[in-house]
Design a protein around this ligand. Structure first.
Ligand code: FEO
Length: 400
């Protein structure tokens, strides 16, 4: 399958309807994904990125139907991660001397992945490649999201090939943002941002400002996953600017795990207390052992405050609580508040452990949390509700 997206550019990638896990099991892809590769035909012919390795043979076979491979003059590798470079070994068997344009880190990483001494041409921000009528302009995008990442802009057609940035793990043959369900599209875009790009917020702001300051005309943003931003393409860059500035909505996310339901009952009692004093706030409650961790992280991203609860087990916390805290810590959220809760039978360390982990993760700890022994009775539930009320008031004051 190929798809003409402008006079000189064809999409020649692969839609992966089936994939449900990415980065091992670190990222869920409920709606599949696509590996977008683009073929530019000017006086020179250029291939931008490839696809994931399992589709390498299929990719090359399809590309041969599109063009005589020997007519390709250059390959651009905007990013070396295997979901975009995976078909290179298959392709380079056919055209072994073709120059591969990439950043210095790109060349280093591609060599480390494939152990081949291909014809790498290293480029930096501002370097250009003349294609005849139009040219390519390269912009390094270090840490968006790898040290090798790069954007490539095509003059004349006014297209920014942004690789992972502005992408979404979202399989669709409709190709464009104005054709697909925008609720689904933005859910996948924010999930991607929350789970992958949050640690690089300051770099995202800087890079988008840099791109905008170039005043390049922009007809399309073509990422390497998901749909192409064709209608008002800058809307996703504007969203990124919003998300990159320590984004939060009027939302509290309560995450818990529970052995025999006591911590779950506490979570719900706390939520009733919050709601009693703060009717407008969105409260979302997740059992971390039963929900997708990336979906939970997306809700944390949207939250003003996060409450994390666990029963105490073996002087520690339940394993799903430990896992979600580790994920949250790695993402370096800023400007969010947090507190802990949990039930216990005898030693009761979970609340202190969670509080400490949330502090290490960069959250502002609003109090020492609440713990209740065994199964909460009416008095204990009243205490949880009061705890919720105090939290609801704090968040209400923050939002005002
Ligand atoms: Fe889609 Fe960083 O690879």
């Amino acid at each position: 399958m190929s798809f003409k997206i402008s006079d000189k550019v064809d999409w020649v990638g692969k839609i992966d309807w089936e994939i449900r896990d990415y980065h091992g099991k670190e990222y869920s892809t409920h709606k599949g994904t696509s590996y977008n590769s683009y073929l530019i035909r000017d006086e020179k012919t250029v291939l931008i990125d490839t696809v994931w390795q399992p589709f390498g043979k299929e990719f090359v076979a399809n590309l041969k139907k599109e063009i005589d491979l020997n007519k390709i003059d250059y390959i651009i590798a905007n990013h070396s991660e295997v979901d975009h470079s995976g078909a290179l070994p298959n392709l380079m068997m056919e055209i072994p001397n073709i120059p591969i344009y990439c950043t210095k880190n790109g060349a280093k990483f591609l060599k480390a992945h494939y152990h081949k001494d291909w014809n790498f041409i290293e480029v930096k921000t501002g370097d250009t490649l003349d294609l005849g009528k139009n040219k390519l302009i390269f912009v390094e995008a270090r840490m968006l999201h790898w040290p090798d990442s790069m954007f490539t802009y095509l003059t004349g057609e006014n297209i920014l090939f942004s690789n992972d940035a502005f992408g979404q793990h979202y399989a669709s043959e409709l190709m464009y943002n104005n054709k697909v369900d925008n609720a689904e599209l933005f859910q996948e875009a924010i999930k991607y941002y929350a789970n992958i790009l949050t640690p690089f917020n300051p770099l995202v702001v800087k890079k988008i400002e840099e791109i905008l300051s170039l005043n390049l005309p922009l007809d399309m943003i073509c990422p390497s996953h998901g749909i192409i931003w064709k209608e008002n393409p800058l809307q996703i860059a504007n969203k990124y600017m919003e998300w990159a500035k320590d984004y939060k909505e009027n939302q509290i996310t309560i995450i818990y795990d529970t052995m025999w339901n006591a911590t779950r009952i506490m979570a719900e009692a706390i939520s009733y207390g919050i709601k009693e004093v703060n009717k407008d706030i969105t409260i979302k409650i997740f059992n971390s052992s039963k929900n997708d961790k990336n979906d939970i992280v997306t809700e944390v991203f949207k939250s003003n405050m996060v409450l994390v609860g666990s029963s105490t087990i073996n002087k520690g916390v339940l394993s799903s609580t430990a896992a979600i805290l580790e994920m949250i810590k790695g993402l370096s959220f800023k400007g969010k508040k947090a507190a802990a809760f949990g039930s216990y039978g005898w030693s009761g360390e979970s609340v202190e452990i969670i509080t400490e982990e949330l502090k290490k993760a960069g959250f502002e700890i609003i109090n020492g949390g609440i713990k209740e022994m065994w199964n909460p009775d009416e008095l204990a539930l009243d205490r949880c509700k009061d705890f919720g009320k105090s939290i609801g008031k704090i968040v209400g004051e923050t939002i005002k």
